[in-house]
Ligand binder design. Structure first.
Ligand code: KQY
Length: 366
């Protein structure tokens, strides 16, 4: 593995859209007991369901700690590769590499990772093992890497259409805990150079209470070029209403990198999902403090789905709106099988199916 000192833009590489063909997918097995209730027992079952669904149509690698290796190997289907690798938690979207290609070769980007805000408003300390994962994974896949370890960015904070457009949120990328010394223009330049995009669409906010400072991947996702789904509520009394309405206004009043207007499909959220006292009792403390409090609202959204080669793996919550969300994705992805996964146990960790997966695009010579 070589470190490359230029940029993907200079080298003719770009980040493809998630709906473009994949070589595979990376996941990490969950175990930390202050993130996942009751030692992660139920979360591991949900991760296994996700990995099994994705691995029907692409190669899945799951990284597991030495302690969880045997368990992961036993629970995951044989077609899933399990490798032993240390991490602090299980958010492959945020700290596996972002992959770029020139259509022939694959390269990785190692963004800096500081647990969603470092010592300002980060979610755990330390995060050093997570931060090393992109480099280790580039080694594992034998690909060269752009090292951007001084620029803090998580994969869940960006979505691209593969045709020059990136969507992100101001709440996250301009937050004080990430790159406080960079201006919005300087941050845009990093995105232009490293994702190789022409246009960045800045949504103001994401999902209410999303502890990542409101990653875009929980509120809005491309389903094809110039077409997105947007997490929505019709309840004007819900704090989510204003956040989603402002996103809609931005999306309706902009064009993408190719000058196209963007078609927005509203995706109704489930009713507010709150954590129970029993679930909280199953979470270890962090620095002697509880990581969640009973009744706390979790950032539940159906938009946090993963687009695999032949499937869309989506979260459901045992909510009357589950069926509407399944129907919408069935209509929007007519050639893919929709896999709903009951995802409450992933949500309790602070994210969902998109946050625990990272696609590896197919470079044409593979
Ligand atoms: O990308 C994500 N949504 C990860 C959230 C991490 C939360 C840590 N408890």
């Amino acid at each position: 593995m070589k470190i490359i000192n230029s940029t993907p833009r200079a080298d003719g590489f770009h980040m493809p859209a998630e709906f473009a063909p994949h070589y595979g997918c990376i996941m990490i097995f969950p175990e930390r007991a202050d993130s996942w209730q009751y030692g992660g027992y139920a979360a591991r079952r949900a991760f296994v369901e996700v990995a099994a669904a994705i691995s029907e149509s692409e190669k899945v690698t799951v990284c597991a700690s030495e302690k969880q290796y045997e368990n992961a190997r036993r629970l995951l289907p044989e077609r899933v590769r399990v490798v032993e690798m240390s991490s602090n938690d299980a958010w492959a979207r945020d700290y596996a590499p972002t992959f770029v290609t020139d259509g022939k070769t694959l390269r990785g980007i190692n963004w800096g990772f500081n647990a969603w805000g470092g010592l300002v408003d980060g979610l755990y300390f330390p995060w050093d093992l997570d931060d090393k994962m992109a480099r280790k994974l580039c080694d594992l896949y034998e690909i060269d890497m752009y090292d951007l370890c001084n620029f803090i960015l998580e994969g869940g904070s960006i979505h691209v259409d593969g045709e020059g457009t990136c969507i992100t949120t101001e709440a996250c990328l301009l937050s004080k805990g990430r790159n406080p010394n960079l201006t919005k223009e300087e941050i845009e330049n990093y995105l232009r150079e490293f994702l190789n995009v022409e246009k960045i669409i800045w949504l103001k906010n994401g999902i209410f209470g999303d502890e990542t400072n409101e990653h875009v991947d929980n509120i809005c996702a491309f389903v094809k070029p110039a077409e997105v789904v947007l997490a929505w509520t019709e309840d004007r009394a819900d704090p989510q209403y204003e956040l989603s309405r402002a996103c809609l206004e931005t999306l309706e009043n902009t064009t993408d990198a190719r000058g196209r207007r963007i078609k927005v499909h509203k995706m109704l959220c489930p009713k507010p999902v709150t954590i129970t006292a029993e679930e909280c009792a199953g979470l270890d403390t962090m620095n002697f403090a509880p990581t969640r409090t009973a009744g706390e609202r979790l950032a539940a959204s159906y938009v946090n789905f993963y687009i695999a080669n032949n499937a869309v793996v989506m979260p459901i919550f045992n909510d009357p709106n589950d069926d509407l969300a399944v129907d919408l994705l069935t209509k929007l992805f007519p050639t893919r099988k929709i896999f709903p996964v009951y995802a409450r146990d992933i949500l309790i960790g602070g994210g969902n199916i998109h946050c625990i997966t990272q696609q590896i695009p197919l470079a044409k010579n593979e």
